[in-house]
Design a protein around this ligand. Structure first.
Ligand code: NAD
Ligand code: WQD
Length: 337
């Protein structure tokens, strides 16, 4: 069965391609390499013994998207990762984000809705909940006004998919990721942030390896036990596996709604200081850090209620925070060696 994976050479996409191939799916990867490299194909090959088919296509080019579906008429499902994801950049350049995250989605859906198997999985984000009132966050928590254009593209994306599903054959699963971290235990694939990392874990590993001088911890005056902000850090391999299960649900017509929403997290919140301490423990490295002011737009805490994914998908995150941090550290050491 052929599955189209957009953004399949990126961080989460590449790990998902591995899990799909491990389960026997034939994968077609489309990526414009704006935030990845063709070398990721070698990493996938080294893990699975198979290179997925790859087409370098920019999904912002509508005619290329049309041609893609004309050339490959036997696509059974689409997992759509391709997007721009830097929150700060989206504030600076909102149109880049609306074009790359919305136009691409529209072009894909225009083709997909014509297919006999219009199965679609969308990478959404816990950012849609903003600062939720109650922890842990269930899928029923209200979607809050977006904090950034990036977050808005995820909310609008969800709405577009729901509108299209109402009037077409489209069946979709919206996966709201919490904070994906880590790398494949083989160290063949992992996260490759361009420039100065905005996210906590790559900043930590780059500081530990000596690429950055010091980690700035954004605020220790939050209403949390140690004053630092709380997130739900999920190992990327666990996250990748959830995509395969969600896809199987769609392919076997087991979805009860045309559009279903699942939180993907571990269900456990960890503070920034807890992450730093856990990293120091698994790496044996003392981390140079200082406390600075809060980062604009940050929520105090966000962690998932995963009951719905656990019971309905039959999926549960397996890795601990320590295992995820260990894999991130091994990956950092490998790419700098
Ligand atoms: P990533 O940047 O590593 O991967 C995205 C991939 O899409 C890259 O390989 C990039 O080259 C490709 N791409 C971007 N625009 C494209 C275009 N126009 N045409 C073709 N390819 C294009 O990001 P990721 O962390 O793997 O995130 C994957 C998805 O998950 C994104 O939609 C992101 O918004 C979402 N998400 C990520 C996180 C996170 O923290 N990483 C959290 C929640 C949701
Ligand atoms: C985690 C915690 C920071 C860096 C972002 C997006 C979200 C989603 C995941 C895509 C926060 C603190 C961070 C640093 C720090 N992406 N921190 N020093 O902000 O939860 O979510 O990525 O959908 O939409 O907003 O993740 O890794 O940036 O931060 O103290 O140098 O670490 O303040 O509390 P975040 P993050």
């Amino acid at each position: 069965m052929k599955i189209l994976v957009t953004g399949g050479l990126g961080f989460i996409g590449s790990h998902t391609v591995v899990e799909l191939q491990n389960e026997g799916f034939e994968v077609l990867v489309v990526d414009n390499l704006s935030n990845s490299s063709e070398k990721v194909l070698d990493g996938i090959f080294n893990i699975t013994g198979k290179k997925p088919a790859f087409e370098k296509i920019d999904l912002r080019d509508k005619s290329s998207v049309q041609k893609l579906f004309q050339t490959h008429q036997n696509i059974s499902g689409v997992i759509h990762f391709a997007a721009s994801k830097a929150v700060g950049e989206s504030v600076e350049n909102p149109l880049l984000y609306y074009e790359n995250n919305i136009n691409t989605l529209v072009y894909l859906l225009q083709e997909l809705k014509e297919l006999p198997n219009a199965n679609f999985i969308f990478s959404s984000s816990c950012t849609v909940y903003g600062q939720a009132e109650k922890m842990p966050i269930t899928e029923n928590a209200s979607v809050q006004p977006a904090i950034s254009p990036y977050g808005n593209t995820k909310q609008i994306g969800e709405e577009i998919i729901s509108d299209v599903a109402k009037v077409t054959k489209l069946n979709a699963i919206l996966l709201r990721y919490f904070n994906p971290i880590g790398a494949h235990p083989s160290t063949e694939i992992g996260e490759l942030p361009l420039g100065i990392p905005q996210n906590l874990i790559p900043y930590i590993t780059q500081t530990a390896i000596g690429l950055r001088e010091q980690l700035s911890i954004y605020g220790n005056d939050y209403q949390t036990p140690d004053g630092t902000a709380i997130r739900d850090y999920i190992h990327v391999v666990d996250l990748a596996k959830a995509h395969v299960i969600a896809l199987q649900r769609l392919l076997n017509n087991r979805n009860v709604e045309k559009v279903e929403v699942f939180n993907l997290g571990t269900g456990t919140g960890s503070s920034v200081l807890e992450v730093v301490n856990a990293f120091e423990k698994v790496s044996g490295q003392k981390l140079n850090y200082k406390i600075v002011g809060r980062r604009e737009g940050d929520v105090v805490e966000a962690y998932a209620n995963t009951d719905y994914a656990n019971t309905v998908l039959g999926w549960k995150a397996q890795s601990t925070l320590e295992e995820a941090l260990d894999s991130a550290w091994k990956w950092e050491q490998k790419i700098r060696s």
